[in-house]
Design a protein around this ligand. Structure first.
Ligand SMILES: C[S@@+](CC[C@H](N)C(=O)[O-])C[C@H]1O[C@@H](n2cnc3c(N)ncnc32)[C@H](O)[C@@H]1O
Length: 216
């Protein structure tokens, strides 16, 4: 995913125009995505990026500040963030809630917003087991995409899909972590473990827009 994000950024920014920029990860969790994206951008461009991450989880920010001290990390609510207007050239919003009025306020002129959401095949093996023949068996991110386009000028979107090999412990951790299991019955969760899924599909859509771009 970080490779895709860095490619989108490189495609949209012009290194002739600026030699340093500010990148914000909203809902950054434990910070590894922001850190990796900046690492990739350092290799692909001559722009020096300052990274800032914000998350409402104190625990996530504690991990981020310890692991990646070169970036700035803050605990805060994305809907009431402490940043000044037009401060960021790039805003990342990965698998996290959004607040477009704040994104529009803090993004610079011509700044880029990239939002990553699950695709319809994301964890499809678990979705099938937990929600077989229910309305949750399939998922579409179309509403999120439309919401983005109604609130920020959408330029394009890209998909990535891959599979990840799992052993039983990974599977147990994944099942505990994913909201997909939260409303599944205990019987179905047990069945998923017993069946022993050994690989899982991951699919993401990265939708991106450019401030000042003409709306589609
Ligand atoms: C699924 S995690 C994704 C974390 C990270 N972006 C990643 O991809 O690894 C969603 C994150 O959004 C954060 N979050 C939820 N509501 C938030 C809010 N109102 N303000 C800031 N962060 C929030 C959570 O604490 C969590 O770290």
């Amino acid at each position: 995913m970080v490779e895709l994000l860095s490619e989108i950024i490189v495609k949209l920014i012009s290194s002739d125009v600026f030699d340093k920029g500010k990148i914000l990860d909203v809902g950054c969790g434990e910070g590894s995505h922001l850190n990796q994206v900046i690492g990739k951008l350092q290799k692909k461009t001559r722009i020096k990026f300052d990274g800032v991450g914000i998350d409402i989880s104190k625990e996530g920010i504690q991990v981020a500040s310890k692991e990646y001290p070169n970036n700035v990390w803050c605990v805060g609510d994305l809907a009431k963030n402490p940043f000044m207007d037009k401060k960021f050239d790039i805003i990342l919003n990965i698998l996290s809630a959004s607040n477009y009025s704040e994104f529009n306020r803090i993004i610079s002129d011509n700044g880029i917003l990239i939002k990553v959401v699950p695709g319809s095949n994301y964890l499809k093996e678990l979705r099938k087991l937990f929600y077989y023949k229910t309305d949750k068996e399939s998922y579409s991110n179309e509403k999120v995409l439309n919401h983005f386009n109604n609130n920020f000028p959408l330029v394009d979107k890209e998909q990535i899909q891959y599979t990840v090999a799992l052993d039983r412990i990974d599977l147990e951790n994944l099942i505990k972590m994913t909201p997909l299991s939260w409303s599944a019955t205990e019987k179905k969760v047990k069945r998923a473990l017993d069946i022993g899924i050994n690989k899982i599909t991951v699919e993401f859509t990265a939708m991106y827009g450019e401030n000042g771009h003409k709306k589609l």
